[in-house]
Design a protein around this ligand. Structure first.
Ligand code: ZN
Ligand code: ZN
Length: 577
């Protein structure tokens, strides 16, 4: 952070039991695994419990979740978990959290709770907590000793998205959840009146969505996207294949209505899409009769211009329906010249290459592929751009501000935007996970210390997760390989019994590396001999091996393999015979 601004300057070294503390175990410095806590005296309430999908550098990892240690240690304080909406970065961690921590009650909007219920059923965890649907935000009240919690509607890319307002003994806290402002939304509207009434009332601390803080202007309306897609459906002659985010139920509804209006049958392809369409129809977000749908295996019985296929895979996910169509391995759907494929999505940063490769494959098979651009409006974001962020800041007029849900750059840009709307720099806290903002008599401070946090990796086999250290090892193994140095000693006589032996895997091609490893063995031998002239321990001997071998191998190869010293004691082996 530059010297010139005063962000994070209001510091405090200790807190009182009467203070209210706000911190994130996930979601600060990243887009994903959101988990925010409000703690006061003997109570903690949690907002959201998400996961994040890892980047490709994390080998063999399926999900990343926050480190729940702080919550496990303080679990008797936990009163409830509040869910803002049903995206994976807000609900995906719940099964993992419930396995290790007692959460008596979970409150959330209907659509999110339906998704959570399905997750908990699959994980056999339904009995571990009580799920509560918050249907009418104005009637809902949650009250504990220190906290009163209320929800309000926001617009986002999934139905039933809520923001949260919390009355604490030290002032009101408001969290926007993920939001955008859409003046002509599809589905729920934002509760403008409640948000501005809360602002009038006086909000001490606002936490607000920073995902699109670098995007200027106002994002386009969902209605505009619906219009663009409908126009394409109207003029397309052949078969239509549309890929979008399965959670974007309003978009799915718009596509389905467009298809019905132009006499096309809809086929839902991809498990997560089927799941969401089923829940969406049950909860009344998707209106269509059974007659409007057709099973993928029956598609061939209809003329191509009577078909609209709605599928998953808009992010180029290799196992998803669209990828299978692109590499001609889908069971029922083969791409034929004349097909039109629409990506009603944008690639999430990091997915551009795989999306691009699928676009090329589909084109090669003869499809006309349309992706979102400034000209055709095939997609809009679910997150507020700068002008919408300003509108939220102006409606709420918070005394203190804490940008959330974003990488560091996004948080910083959001902080700058807040300054433009009149929030003083010294009243803004740009936090990392584990940073604690202390609210005391409607004044906020940044605690000088941190709650320990980490990333926990879930790799499918082990539901308890693995910590950062293991992942580091895997990555070193993949890049640099492994070297084991085995030495046999006799601790009674303090002597080395035979020359050390080095075994390597994935480090150097053995033939070429032979000389180098032999030299390494000699170096270890010399170093150990020296060390063993005085009294020593096994730990020290192992360290000696590492300290000798690591710099040597690095100087020879510029690589840092994992070095595993193995010291065998003659006495031990005697004992075992
Ligand atoms: Zn979201
Ligand atoms: Zn989110």
């Amino acid at each position: 952070m530059s010297e010139s601004n005063k962000f994070n300057s209001r510091k405090i070294s200790s807190f009182l039991p009467t203070d209210t503390r706000i911190f994130a175990l996930g979601g600060m410095g990243e887009v994903g695994k959101n988990l925010y806590c409000i703690e006061g005296d003997d109570e903690i309430i949690i907002i959201d419990s998400g996961l994040i999908f890892p980047n490709e550098e994390l080998l063999g990892v399926e999900y990343v979740i926050p480190d729940y240690t702080y919550l496990i240690k303080n679990q008797e304080k936990i009163k409830a978990l509040f869910i803002t909406h049903g995206h994976e970065d807000h609900i995906g961690g719940i099964p993992y959290l419930l396995r290790v921590c007692n959460i008596p009650d979970i409150y959330g909007p209907e659509f999110a709770i339906a998704l959570v219920e399905k997750k908990l059923e699959d994980a056999r965890l339904l009995a571990n907590t009580t799920l509560h649907v918050v249907k009418n935000t104005t009637d809902f009240r949650f009250t504990s000793k220190h906290f009163h919690v209320a929800f309000f509607h926001v617009v986002h890319s999934i139905p039933d998205s809520y923001g949260i307002a919390i009355k604490t003994p030290n002032g009101w806290i408001m969290s926007t959840g993920d939001f955008k402002f859409d003046l002509t939304p599809v589905g729920n509207n934002s509760d403008y009146q409640i948000i501005s009434f809360m602002g009038q009332f006086g909000i001490s601390l606002l936490l607000s969505d920073s995902t699109n803080s670098a995007v200027h202007g106002f994002s386009i309306s969902e209605k505009q996207v619906a219009k663009s897609i409908s126009e394409i459906i109207a003029k397309t002659k052949g078969r239509l294949i549309i890929a979008t985010f399965s959670s974007n139920v309003h978009r799915i509804q718009q596509i389905i209505s467009g298809a019905i209006a132009h006499n096309r049958k809809i086929s839902i392809v991809g498990r997560s899409m089927e799941n969401v369409v089923q829940i969406g129809r049950r909860l009344g977000h998707i209106h269509a009769s059974e007659d409007d749908f057709v099973d993928p295996e029956l598609l061939n019985t209809y003329p191509t211009n009577k078909i609209c296929i709605l599928c998953t895979g808009s992010q180029g996910e290799p196992m998803a329906a669209l990828s299978r169509m692109a590499n001609a391995s889908h069971r029922y759907i083969k791409i034929i010249p004349g097909d039109t494929v629409i990506f009603s999505s944008n690639p999430i940063p990091g997915n551009e290459i795989s999306v691009n490769s699928i676009v090329n494959s589909l084109t090669r098979l003869g499809a006309n592929v349309l992706t979102n651009s400034l000209l055709n409006n095939l997609h809009t974001t679910g997150h507020a751009s700068q002008e919408e962020q300003k509108l939220m800041l102006q409606l709420v007029k918070p005394k203190y501000f804490m940008p959330m849900h974003g990488e560091y750059k996004m948080l910083k840009t959001h902080a700058d935007t807040a300054v433009e709307t009149g929030v003083p720099e010294e009243n803004i806290f740009i936090c990392a996970n584990g940073n604690v903002v202390v609210l005391r008599d409607e004044e906020a401070f940044l605690w000088e210390h941190k709650i320990p946090t980490d990333d926990i990796y879930i790799d499918g086999n082990d539901s308890s997760g693995i910590a950062t250290a293991v992942l580091k090892d895997r990555s070193i193994l993949a890049d640099n390989g492994l070297v084991a140095a085995i030495v046999a000693i006799d601790s009674r006589t303090n002597s080395i019994l035979c020359r050390p032996n080095i075994i390597s895997r994935g480090f150097v091609y053995i033939k070429e590396g032979q000389m180098m490893l032999k030299e390494g063995e000699l170096l270890i031998y010399e170093a150990l001999r020296k060390k063993m002239q005085q009294k020593t321990t096994f730990g020290e001997l192992k360290n000696t091996i590492r300290e000798t071998l690591e710099p040597y191998l690095y100087s020879k190869t510029n690589r840092q393999p994992i070095v595993i010293p193995v010291v065998l004691n003659y006495i031990d082996s005697e004992f075992r015979k």
